[in-house]
Design a protein around this ligand. Structure first.
Ligand SMILES: Cc1cc2nc3c(=O)[nH]c(=O)nc-3n(C[C@H](O)[C@H](O)[C@H](O)COP(=O)(O)OP(=O)(O)OC[C@H]3O[C@@H](n4cnc5c(N)ncnc54)[C@H](O)[C@@H]3O)c2cc1C
Length: 422
């Protein structure tokens, strides 16, 4: 349980504003540059300006429109349009005075405190926030490169890939096989592949009842497994099948030319293959060895400052924040804690260790929701689950509870996107 006191401690800390402006090394307003306008970066930029309107905050992100991965599985399954998960930065700019640059950061000099953009422009900062999300590891599955993703979509970054997978499902034969390949941990959104398989199974059952979904998994277990498996037995007994890593589910190679997916023991020729490859922190979070050469970025959890370079903070999927999963909920809450820490640091005030929360909702069917939740505190720069705060939906809940959780999931999406982008 998140107690009222814990919640207030977090939210009160965030609401604090400063009367005196803080100056940068250059004697101008203190400059914070935020790279990446997703759940982590957009939230952090907003909460920095809320905490201290004197800060000069620049948000660098490639696209004018942000299309969210949360609820993209519902788009894949045809339950809602892509426009329903598309957001702009207009309110962040207008209401909070954030300078938004539609550009890509290509390099970083942590010693000179400078970021280089794609057009050669350089931005100086007092504090830098990196929230660039993930990069797909092309080639980690033999034969899977950007060219193959046009045939076997990953749809693990939302947008055109989401639409491609949707189109393929609509176009496939009535008795077709859909294969979804799932990598080992860690990856963005641990329950995401299983939610996707569920919603695709729901779509097939209603529209192509002779078709089937097969999950080829590199792992033997996954988050909320008992809840997913018991729901699948009931809702999709002949439509959905899961093959674990030890049963031969690990995908080693794909051949888009022949339409084949290979595991250690078998080969499949699906009508649709959704290949979700292994991932790592996006490239800008791996320059200057910010990932220690290991793919994900270590941070000091009290401030989210990199353990490799000073004055560089890393939040969201790119950072190592175990036991918090790589989720939009997590990126949003880390962003607020990071904004509070940066404001304190710039004002030479002590940083209050953050209290963090996360809930991952999954839809197993349009009116069937399940969730897992946790509360976390930071001790000695390490994140710990607060005993008694971890919770999961009951295994034997009645349909009314599942329907209510599906409603909570939709309401969560409305709230988190409002908190992030408006
Ligand atoms: C299918 C699916 C379903 C999901 N469902 C849920 C859910 O229900 N609940 C949940 O909590 N989470 C969910 N997630 C996870 C969630 O999408 C991520 O955890 C979240 O987006 C992470 O936020 P982030 O800010 O780290 O990265 P992102 O939100 O991906 O934002 C990163 C941004 O940085 C930009 N960027 C990258 N490199 C650069 C650069 N060099 N310069 C400038 N900008 C750059 C990117 O273009 C992007 O706009 C889901 C994920 C998937 C794939």
């Amino acid at each position: 349980m998140i107690t009222r006191r814990l919640f207030l401690r977090l939210t009160v800390g965030l609401a604090a504003t400063r009367a005196r402006p803080v100056l940068s090394r250059a004697g101008t307003k203190a400059r914070v540059v935020v790279i990446g306008g997703g759940f982590g970066g957009a939230t952090c930029a907003k909460y920095l300006r809320r905490a201290d309107p004197s800060l000069d905050v620049t948000l660098v992100t490639p696209q004018r429109l942000f299309i969210s991965c949360p609820f993209s599985n519902a788009v894949v399954a045809g339950l809602q349009p892509l426009t329903s998960i598309t957001h702009t930065y207009d309110t962040l700019r207008r209401r909070y005075g954030i300078r938004v640059l539609y550009n890509t950061a290509t390099d970083l000099d942590p010693l000179k405190h400078r970021v280089t953009l794609n057009d050669g422009k350089k931005l100086s900062y007092d504090r830098l926030v990196l929230a660039p999300g993930i990069e797909l590891q092309w080639g980690a599955i033999e034969g899977y490169t950007p060219a193959e993703s046009a045939v076997f979509p990953h749809a693990w970054e939302a947008g055109s890939q989401t639409e491609l997978l949707r189109r393929q499902l609509k176009a496939m034969k009535d008795d077709g096989l859909v294969v979804i390949t799932v990598p080992d941990n860690p990856y963005r959104c641990p329950p995401g592949p299983y939610e996707r398989a569920s919603l695709i199974a729901d779509y097939l059952l209603k529209n192509k009842p002779r078709a089937k979904v097969l999950i080829l998994d590199a792992k033997d277990t996954f988050t909320k497994k008992d809840l997913f498996v018991s729901a699948w037995k009931r809702l999709y007994p002949t439509t959905l099948e899961w093959i674990s890593g030890s049963q031969g589910g690990r995908v080693t190679r794909v051949d888009a030319r022949t339409g084949t997916v290979y595991t250690d023991f078998d080969e499949y020729k699906p009508a649709v293959a959704n290949v979700i490859p292994p991932q790592r922190a996006a490239s800008i979070a791996r320059v200057a060895a910010l990932d220690d050469g290991k793919g994900w970025c270590p941070i000091r959890a009290s401030t989210f400052e990199s353990t490799v370079h000073r004055d560089v903070h890393i939040i969201g999927d790119a950072a190592i924040v175990n036991p918090i999963p790589k989720s939009a909920f997590g990126a949003n809450i880390e962003a607020k804690a990071c904004a509070a820490a940066i404001t304190s640091l710039l004002h030479a005030e002590p940083v209050a260790p953050p209290v963090l929360i996360n809930t991952c909702y999954s839809l197993v069917a349009p009116n069937y929701g399940i969730s897992i939740t946790g509360g976390y505190r930071v001790v000695d720069d390490t994140i710990h689950t607060i005993p008694g705060t971890d919770g999961i939906s009951p295994l034997d809940a009645p349909d009314a509870v599942r329907a209510q959780e599906a409603q909570y999931a939709r309401s969560w999406y409305a709230n988190i996107t409002a908190d992030t982008f408006t």
